[in-house]
Design a protein around this ligand. Structure first.
Ligand code: RIB
Ligand code: CA
Length: 325
């Protein structure tokens, strides 16, 4: 793999998402970064039902002037049991009530797990996977087709938290809350997992004046991103809206912007009050009692970011003129 040039990335990515408002900003951003080739977008049940996720994803790809990248419908329910969606945050349509024009795009006639498998199998160089929804599709993929893991260079997961508790309940972040079994499988069996948790998810904001610049821009992708961010700000009563999932994507493209360390990590599945909680062991190895279970998989935890540089790359991507299709 070529050494990543900070200014000129060169990588192939797959996005697995549950297109709600912040996943939509992620997609608009992804297709505005030269050198990033999105091989596929796979949809999963999460923020809203998977059919609404597919509809949102297709419409956002139009606004992003994305090429004919394959989109597939994935798992419609979590692995073990139904759990609440996040429509209370993202609105009933998942996009904060923003209505997108009808699109001629359609999902491919493949399940998302099959699109993931065929895309990874055919990849001619290592692929970066960015997962910003519940991990149901990826858990099924790694369980049914473990051989594809050798084609993955890194998985950046928006999910969990290392030290700041939950958002869907006191201990669980939504993507892990929605499908804890899937999160446990992916963190245990996924290759080179990076955890972009609430520790950073909640800290990266977009200043109101930059949101306004997007809203007032001539590019449809910029305007839609600005309107989505405006809605996200209103939802949480924040002058400067939290960037959300897009931060995970930007870290996947420019990992040098993140301060990270590796920790044994797992996901609680049985706690009455902690089901879906990411459990990050932050103790130093030399401090461990002899009875410690060291079988948990090592996960690279993102603790902080060069936020100004990240925001700069975000705005460059969203404001970049796009060749209208
Ligand atoms: O907890 C944050 C995650 O859940 C993000 O992926 C966002 O889309 C929300 O639904
Ligand atoms: Ca999401």
């Amino acid at each position: 793999m070529p050494i990543q040039d900070q200014e000129h990335p060169d990588l192939d990515v797959i996005i697995d998402c549950d297109t709600g408002t912040d996943d939509a900003v992620e997609l608009l951003t992804a297709f505005g970064i030269p050198g990033v080739r999105v091989l596929a977008v796979t949809c999963v049940d999460g923020n809203v039902g998977v059919d609404a996720v597919v509809r949102n994803t297709l419409g956002v790809l139009d606004a992003a002037d994305a090429p004919d990248v394959p989109v597939a419908r994935g798992c419609p329910v979590p692995l073990a049991q139904p759990t609440p969606d996040a429509s209370w945050v993202h609105g009933d349509n998942g996009l904060g009530g923003i209505a997108l024009p009808e699109t001629s795009r359609a999902a491919v006639p493949l399940h998302a797990v099959e699109l993931l498998r065929t895309t990874l199998t055919a990849a001619d160089r290592p692929v970066t996977v960015v997962a910003t929804g519940p991990l149901t599709n990826l858990a099924v993929l790694f369980t049914c087709y473990p051989e594809v893991k050798e084609k993955i260079e890194r998985i950046v997961v928006m999910g969990g938290s290392a030290a700041v508790g939950g958002n869907s309940d006191a201990t669980a972040e939504f993507n892990f809350f929605h499908d804890p079994e899937a999160a446990e499988i992916v963190l245990r069996t996924g290759p080179n997992v990076w955890l972009y948790g609430l520790d950073v998810f909640n800290s990266v904001t977009v200043p109101a004046e930059q949101v306004r610049k997007l809203v007032e821009h001539t590019e449809p992708a910029a305007r839609l991103a600005g309107n989505l961010l405006t809605g996200m700000g209103k939802t949480w009563n924040r002058v400067d809206p939290v960037l959300g999932d897009t931060g995970a994507f930007l870290v996947a493209v420019w990992p040098e912007l993140a301060q990270v360390s590796a920790h044994r990590t797992t996901v609680e599945l049985h706690g009455a009050y902690t089901r879906g909680m990411s459990v990050v062991d932050r103790r130093a190895d030399e401090d461990l009692p002899p009875y410690t279970d060291t079988s948990w998989s090592a996960v690279t935890v993102v603790w902080s970011l060069d936020e100004d540089a990240l925001r700069g790359r975000l705005m460059d991507a969203l404001l970049r003129p796009r060749a209208r299709r």
